[in-house]
Ligand binder design. Structure first.
Ligand SMILES: Cc1cc2nc3c(=O)[nH]c(=O)nc-3n(C[C@H](O)[C@H](O)[C@H](O)COP(=O)(O)O)c2cc1C
Length: 151
């Protein structure tokens, strides 16, 4: 499968996790990895399965590197029905009111433009003991196995 791992980050955690996901899937799949800062939502490729990793900053907002993507996405007409994506959120439950809202808002904005969300959004809590990759790698492997079974 052709997979585009895209990350939105402010201090690098989402970039590291995206890299871990790329490394785990390389070999079985054709995987590219990029910062959302370099991506125009209008150019998303229907041949790719998109795996998005996104943290949360400010008042439950997307992080700095995802902001231009989000702004362009919000200005886009709902015509992303060719885009399939799964999304994983990074956050911190110390921010109880806005825990992992960046990934939630990004998923909502994509779905509002008819992109198809595959699987459920999982999150990592920076306050918890667990490593993000220990949650994200089984999550993405299960999603890809389901997609391959469906073909
Ligand atoms: C100034 C600041 C604001 C944050 N705001 C939130 C927030 O509103 N909700 C949340 O769940 N996490 C929040 N976080 C936690 C980050 O999302 C979390 O540490 C994440 O792992 C950072 O990933 P990144 O390095 O990829 O940006 C905040 C962190 C900082 C430093």
């Amino acid at each position: 499968m052709k997979i585009a791992v895209l990350y939105g980050t402010e201090t690098g955690n989402a970039a590291m996790l995206a890299d871990d996901i790329k490394s785990a899937l390389d070999g079985d799949h054709d995987v590219a990895c990029a910062d959302l800062a370099a991506i125009d939502p209008a150019g998303l490729d229907g041949q790719d399965f998109h795996v998005i990793v996104c943290s949360t900053y400010g008042d439950g907002d997307v992080p700095a590197s995802a902001k231009p993507f989000m702004t362009k996405l919000e200005a886009l007409a709902p015509k992303l029905s060719h885009v399939r994506f799964a999304i994983f959120g990074l956050g911190d439950s110390e921010y109880a009111e806005t825990f992992a809202h960046g990934s939630m808002k990004l998923a909502e904005a994509l779905v509002a433009r008819e992109a198809v969300q595959v699987g459920t959004r999982l999150t990592h809590n920076a306050t918890a003991d667990e490593l993000p990759e220990d949650i994200a790698l089984p999550w993405i492997r299960a999603i890809l196995a389901d997609l391959e079974d469906a073909v």
